[in-house]
Design a protein around this ligand. Sequence first.
Ligand code: FAD
Ligand code: DHB
Length: 390
Amino acid sequence: MRTRVAVIGSGPSGLLLGQLLTRAGIDNVVLDRASKDYILGRVRAGVLEEGTVRLMDEAHSGARMHAEGLPHDGFSLAFDGRDHRIDLVGLTGGKRVMIYGQTELTHDLMDHREKAGALSIYEAANVTPCDLEGHAPYVTYEKDGVTHRIDCDFVAGCDGFHGVSRKSVPDKAIRTFEKVYPFGWLGILADVPPVSHELIYANHPRGFALCSMRSTSRSRYYIQCSLDEHIDEWTDQRFWDELRRRLPAHHAERMVTGPSFEKSIAPLRSFVAEPMRFNRLFLVGDAAHIVPPTGAKGLNLAASDVHYLFEALLEHYQDRSNAGLDAYSAKALARIWKAVRFSWWMTTMMHRFPDTSDFDQKIQEAELDYLTHSRAAATALAENYVGLPF
Ligand code: FAD
Ligand code: DHB
């Protein structure tokens, strides 16, 4: 089989890139080692920046997102028993974010891909990008015991942090930067109305907590936990009790609880691989970078990478220019490092670190006080939270 762009990974970045390429008439094949149902069963991000919303529209896949997503004009920073609202719209000249689950976004992109008749191959084992340094790269994979080969012009590595794409780059051609945080997030989903109509990011002596949502009747809540916690030891009751303790009393008293139907622990890490291009292979999204979830940036960064790569591929095929492809890595990384900085900063400001000194604690309190009393400081937070321009 031959295609122009072989896309490894059917997560948000692979599907969004595939959809934009298909609409532009650029033939592509999406390969994933997992099944469609498995991918749709993963619960991850929930906050979309306006740039991500725009890209979904550009991919003609945004209708359900606009109908069912919840535009949010602000959020609350809670500490010392009080809420401090960050007025995103007021501080950014009218920008807001959209609450719409990654699962739903993935679902919509898969549906539109199917309707467009573009090829996705699920449960593809041993996907291997080959001959990336030559002019005729190809990807091999196994399915039902048979080895297949897809010849292509380019490979888009959209296969997440644990994928094969980044690992295919020789060690000497890639540099990585990493910071691992000494805690994780324990998250649940429950069909109960959210405790507040806006998100609450809480800093509390017992640890960070986040009250988010997927709809007006479905809540997504997280609490900071230590890395050696076992999920089976967290009954729903224990989770609700701990979440309540970390919120200002007026929220804790109003919180509606109920059985959770998803519960998982995620470690927190910052990671960047540079450059994001190795000859005919381009790394996109989590394959190249990971951020701790505190700033809600992971999925949105994947989307901005897709934007840069799509524009570059369009230029290659329509104008016969490689300028965009040559600039892809540097352009994407300039935006990525700012989001890495922001996510690290939000994480540092909102969590309790196991080895915090009295000095560090005082600095954290001063940071929160400054943020909630200075319009300039709040504006910097809001500008980053709604997403820096592409
Ligand atoms: P992925 O979504 O990881 O998709 C990669 C795809 O590649 C997968 O479908 C996988 O099956 C496939 N794949 C992997 N290896 C191979 C292979 N060898 N061959 C073929 N296919 C392969 N971000 C937020 O903003 N907020 C959050 O709350 C949040 N929570 C998260 C929780 C967890 C547990 C994780 C892992 C991430 C979370 N993120 C969150 C980050 C966000 O979900 C990611 O940034 C986003 O999914 C990136 O999309 P992607 O398409 O680049 O990668
Ligand atoms: C969600 C996750 C985040 O990391 C965040 O900062 C906000 C919301 C969520 O899953 O809803």
